[in-house]
Design a protein around this ligand. Structure first.
Ligand SMILES: [Zn+2]
Length: 297
């Protein structure tokens, strides 16, 4: 399995709950492992503005390109808007596309970056400037490499941007399992939404996931993007689920094995993770990649 990553992902966004340095730490930890099946790091290709325009409106992209989002829009985005931030997110969007191409060839790939599911066609929010997941799917669809896609979004926050983008497109199945009473307040309906109560434990979580995955399989996707958010973890600052690291590992195993059993290509992206201790977030993201490597063997 190849893994896409760039050292340019550690974007300076000032003091922030979103630790962009997590990507660097995950990469470092992965380099130190001698896990069989790991075939090395691939550098991402920058997403072009034309590729971004397959998902985003021209008006939004123009405002981003000229750094002229309104102050209200920047508040909603919850990121500083400057050239390094725009370029960093554009590169990470390209990274998800690069990884999606690898998944189509190798059956499985991972990206140490991306999963920006709160970006809508016409605006960004919640640390998400571009919807890398939708951009990757749309580029591959244009190229004829993918016709039916699915998104398995297990970040603790609902995948509102992705759900909205594909709200009227039955060829892309969007599954989100998240904490119901948490950000985002507006949760456009996806193909399958499971809203969990605060305090949900390992057993309940895994049971619901096991019950839901057959619906993803039934869609018969030729590409699945898996958002393996680290934020359902009990110690997360932006989530209130009570999952242990072991359960998150079990979650990853369940997703990867279920989809691989039916021969579906999978790309894994990290999405969110805001544990009080950065090392916990890094542990969870690394474990996701380890589980994917194990599934190969
Ligand atoms: Zn999240």
């Amino acid at each position: 399995m190849k893994v896409v990553y760039s050292s340019r992902y550690t974007i300076d966004i000032g003091p922030h709950v979103f630790p962009t340095e997590k990507y660097h730490h995950v990469h470092e930890r992965l380099q130190a492992t001698s896990a069989p099946g790991f075939e090395g790091i691939v550098e991402p290709q920058m997403a072009s503005w034309d590729q971004l325009a397959l998902v985003h409106t021209d008006e939004y992209l123009e405002k981003v390109r000229t750094l002229s989002l309104s102050s209200e829009e920047i508040v909603e985005l919850e990121l500083p808007l400057n050239e390094p931030v725009v370029e960093g997110f554009r590169l990470m969007t390209g990274g998800t596309l690069t990884a999606a191409r690898l998944a189509r060839v190798d059956g499985l790939s991972a990206h140490i970056g991306g999963g920006f599911h709160h970006a809508f066609a016409n605006h960004g929010e919640g640390f998400c400037l571009f919807n890398d997941v939708a951009v990757a799917i749309e580029v591959l669809r244009r190229e004829g490499a993918v016709s039916r896609a699915a998104v398995v979004d297990l970040d603790v926050h609902h995948g509102n941007g992705t759900a909205m983008i594909y709200g009227r497109d039955p060829s892309v199945f969007t599954f989100s399992m998240h904490e119901q009473h948490n950000y985002p307040a507006f949760k456009p309906r996806g193909s399958l939404d499971i809203g969990l109560a605060a305090g949900t434990d390992d057993t309940t979580y895994l049971k619901k996931l096991e019950g839901a995955l057959p619906q993803v399989v039934a869609h018969e996707p030729d590409l699945v993007v898996y958002l393996a958010g680290a934020d359902p973890f009990a110690e997360d600052q932006l989530g209130n689920l009570m999952l242990t690291k072991d359960a998150l590992r079990e979650r990853d195993r369940l997703v990867v094995r279920t989809l691989r059993a039916v021969g579906c290509p999978i790309i894994i992206v990290p999405a969110g993770g805001y544990a009080r201790q950065l090392t916990d977030t890094v542990d969870i993201h690394v474990a996701t990649i380890e589980e994917a490597l194990t599934a190969l063997g």
